[in-house]
Design a protein. Structure first.
Length: 485
């Protein structure tokens, strides 16, 4: 890893102001304040500088200067991330791509779009709607999150069960290397020769390069879509029903689950008509041709009733379907109405372990004396437990963070992993040695060395440093709290 940069803040700012509008080279602490953290606001740091380039050439020049001076670079999109992946480095710059917000082209025949990284996820679908197309991955934050951040974290969303994660829905990226060179990875065809570097870069969390353009796949808007909402009197019954749907050969467009805390919070906020007396709720959306949807909806309704659902309701029109999804996608902010703070976790488990893991989390909740609201992508086992706490109570965040770590370790124990779509960042770096052994972590480091020998791209995130691995591993088996690395 490189030594601390010798160039001063003002010297670096002067170099950037030669080719970037001085208004977009931010050095004062007050204006920098919004950049101190991402959506995971418990981890904060102020950068040396924030820069907002407007062209690819400017990004290249920023990278060349930072590479020459050994200055760390943290790329930032909309700041909606939830793993502290965009938290600044105090000795480096934040490279904001907020001004890269244009849809460059739409090819309706090829069903692709070329977009800049600062384009909002939802804006792609809005721009393509007139062609009868849309972009598949739809994180709950899609109204605000950007496609560049989606690529960096390999984001999913409520419809990822059928249509895949970001990695399944992009064809090509343009990337600026740590040295400032522009390279293209992937192609506009369905396949490209050589190693699949596109998959390697997707989910790399800004550790390997700076993305400046993405070519995404587009999908035809389904002829029809309906969603079934089923309430259950136990989390176990709802968990078993998830496996029941898949085992019948039905691949829903989305299959989401919420527990009683999330149900009540979302219903009070969105007025979607959720059964507030249910202990768990499933939303199962089926899409396709009218005949296919009719057949599968009937199967799903009967299956839920057979597996003990206390209530079953099916959307009858598009506005009702949208309202039912509004409740689910509003769940995270809605939970903020019932707790001063919450800590959103992200782990993935085999579907068959849903009931077991949710039951174990209930026991952990009692042990730590902290409520948990569960709202997650049940179809692909991507959990999003929201641990409710009050940061004003001394020591309560430490306890919450420890609880979150135990949930991630449980995910690994049952055959899952520590993240599904939020990334590792700083938040989960202490759990990396729980999932990966020293040889696997060393392989990650070799990949990092190949792209960024000086480790100046988003340093301290994602990959634990080898000399720290044993410390991380020890921490993961105890309950000791350490400062984020």
């Amino acid at each position: 890893m490189s030594d601390a940069p010798s160039i001063s803040r003002e010297q670096l700012a002067q170099q950037f102001r030669r080719f970037i509008n001085p208004e977009y080279v931010i050095s004062d602490s007050e204006t920098q304040k919004p950049y101190e953290c991402d959506g995971l606001s418990m981890y904060c740091e102020m950068p040396m500088l924030v820069v907002l380039p407007e062209t690819v050439d400017q990004v290249q020049e920023v990278m060349r200067i930072c590479h020459q001076q050994g200055v760390p670079v943290v790329a930032r999109g909309a700041g909606t991330g939830l793993c502290a992946g965009a938290m600044p480095n105090e000795e480096g710059i934040v490279l904001s791509l907020a001004k890269f917000n244009r849809i460059l082209s739409i090819d309706a025949k090829a069903r692709t779009a070329r977009v800049q990284p600062g384009v909002r996820n939802l804006a792609i679908s809005e721009a393509c709607a007139s062609y009868g197309l849309y972009y598949g991955p739809d994180p709950s934050s899609q109204i605000a999150c950007t496609i560049g951040g989606n690529v960096a974290e390999n984001s999913g969303g409520v419809h990822c069960l059928k249509y895949g994660l970001t990695v399944h829905n992009i064809l090509q990226i343009e990337m600026i290397t740590v040295e400032g060179d522009k390279v293209t990875v992937g192609s506009e065809g369905l396949d490209s020769c050589g190693m699949d570097l596109l998959a390697l870069l997707t989910g790399s969390e800004g550790l390997l390069g700076i993305i400046t353009e993405i070519t995404v796949k587009l999908l035809p808007i389904p002829e029809q879509a309906q969603v079934v909402v089923a309430g259950f009197d136990s989390v176990k019954k709802a968990g078993d029903a998830v496996g029941g749907v898949i085992s019948r050969g039905i691949i829903p467009a989305g299959l989401e689950m919420m527990d009683t805390h999330a149900i009540c919070a979302a219903e009070d906020f969105a007025q979607a008509g959720y059964p507030k007396d249910a202990k768990a709720l499933l939303l199962c959306e089926v899409d396709g041709t009218a005949e296919e949807v009719y057949e599968h909806i009937e199967l799903v309704e009967n299956l839920f009733a057979e597996l003990g659902a206390t209530s079953v309701r099916t959307s009858q029109n598009e506005s009702e379907r949208a309202l039912l999804w509004k409740g689910r996608k509003s769940a995270f902010p809605a939970v903020g109405r019932i707790s001063p703070d919450y800590y959103c976790m992200d782990g993935t488990i085999p579907r068959g372990q849903l009931a077991h893991v949710l039951t174990e989390m209930e026991k952990m909740s009692e042990h730590y004396g902290l409520r948990v609201a569960n709202v997650f992508h049940a179809g692909d086992g991507n959990l999003h437990p929201l641990i409710l706490f009050d940061a004003n109570i001394p020591g309560e965040f430490d306890k919450t963070e420890e609880f979150g770590g135990k949930i991630l370790e449980l995910c690994v124990e049952v055959g899952g992993c520590i993240t599904g779509e939020h990334g590792v960042g700083i938040e989960k770096i202490r759990q990396m040695p729980v999932q990966f052994n020293d040889q696997e972590l060393a392989q990650f480091q070799r990949i990092k060395d190949a792209f960024d020998p000086g480790w100046t791209l988003n340093p301290g995130k994602g990959i634990p440093i080898l000399k720290r691995c044993q410390e991380y591993r020890a921490i993961s088996t105890e309950t000791t709290k350490v400062a984020p690395q």
